[in-house]
Design a binder for this molecule. Structure first.
Ligand SMILES: [Zn+2]
Length: 379
């Protein structure tokens, strides 16, 4: 294969060819890009289709909190793909968040998307799920702002991609949102109303992110101990996917917020074919921090202290451990140069650990061999 074969493939190619293959596509988050090589090597050795993704908050035209601009993310992921020689992967913009939906907000979002396209992204997740009108008279009205913003950005992507294929994810129901009775879950009729309206507007997403009981990042108990996340509501997820199918809407589910979910639960209980994309993000950051404790104790201690100094106040009453777990992501940009200049033995350990952990995720997702289905479809 030549170097061009290792460029990212359209997300649509992965979604369309794997949606009925009893597998979940791993969408791994290299917020600390040192994990890329191990992730790509595991995908290659399992011959498993792979998505790498960063959210708008992590990676925007100014660098986001990961310190990676779209071109940096694209370059470093591309280098890892070439180095290990892996071809079936997509470069995905996770959570292109639209929080206000004002003209300025939409304009800035379009500029970001254009920058992502220039950097070679092949897949996009528009997230206007925050725009929910609680005073709406019916479902269509409640979702109107989300539908309008998603349509506008969706059209912009269509134009800018100029006939090139790409993957599209959209979101209904804000992930992790809680009200007095706990986490708010996306209802089947909400998903159906949302996708029907988008299709009518000429926007045809491949995957839909829903609120189904997960939250982003780490999960803690009342004492601040890191605990497993077992809150994903699988029957509700199946019900949403079934409602989409029953209404002849060709969209599957993207599962967000997998960090902390036991891999045996994923392996034995996740409804593959309903869920076809699984996002794993904070997990990889936790892995690097744990490793730094031993390999880079001084750097780790500086990151810990910086996080406490800057975020202790706004997380009053929380244990230090929880403050670190929730806010240390903001240290990545702050310590960018030191993180990316760690020594060879640290890199070797990160490669090995990222490799092994990714193998386990790919196994849990039944992803072995999934790349070949995509390759066959490309012939
Ligand atoms: Zn997410």
């Amino acid at each position: 294969m030549s170097d061009t074969d290792f460029k990212p493939k359209p997300g649509s190619l992965l979604f369309n060819n794997l949606k009925d293959k009893d597998t979940i596509i791993l969408a791994a988050n290299p917020r600390i890009a040192l994990v890329n090589k191990g992730i790509f090597q595991a995908a290659k050795d399992m011959d498993a289709a792979l998505i790498v993704e960063l959210a708008r908050s992590e990676c925007d035209l100014m660098g986001g909190y990961s310190g990676q601009k779209p071109a940096d993310f694209s370059r470093m992921a591309g280098e890892a793909a070439r180095e290990v020689g892996f071809d079936i992967w997509a470069l995905h913009a996770d959570h292109i968040g639209i929080k206000k939906g004002t003209p300025e907000d939409i304009q800035a979002t379009k500029e970001l998307v254009s920058g992502q396209i220039d950097a070679g992204y092949t897949s996009f997740a528009i997230d206007a799920s925050h725009l929910f009108n609680f005073q709406g008279g019916d479902l269509r009205e409640e979702l109107a702002d989300n539908i309008n913003a998603t349509t506008e950005i969706g059209k912009h992507i269509q134009q800018q991609m100029a006939g090139k294929e790409y993957g599209l994810e959209v979101e209904v129901g804000e992930i992790g949102r809680e009200d007095e009775s706990g986490r708010v879950l996306t209802r089947p009729e909400e998903a159906v109303t949302f996708i029907t309206a988008l299709n009518k507007n000429g926007i045809r997403p491949h995957v839909l992110a829903i609120a189904n009981g997960s939250a982003h990042g780490n999960t803690y108990d009342a004492l601040g101990n890191l605990i497993e996340q077992v809150s994903i509501d699988i029957p509700q997820t199946i019900a949403v996917a079934k409602a989409l199918r029953d209404n002849k809407l060709d969209v599957r589910i993207a599962q967000h917020g997998i960090t902390g979910t036991p891999r045996d639960l994923i392996h034995n209980h996740f409804p593959r074919g309903d869920i076809i994309k699984g996002n794993v993000a904070t997990f990889y950051q936790n892995m690097v921090w744990d490793l730094f404790k031993v390999y880079e104790p001084e750097l780790y201690s500086d990151i810990w202290n910086w996080t406490m100094e800057n975020y202790r106040e706004q997380a009053k009453g929380k244990a230090d451990n929880e403050v670190f777990g929730k806010f240390s992501k903001f240290a990545i940009k702050q310590f960018y140069d030191r993180i990316y200049s760690v020594g060879g033995d640290t890199r070797q350990a990160i490669d090995a650990l990222a490799y092994a952990e990714t193998l386990i995720f790919l196994k849990a997702f039944n992803a072995k061999g999934s790349a070949q289905f995509v390759r066959d479809a490309m012939r």
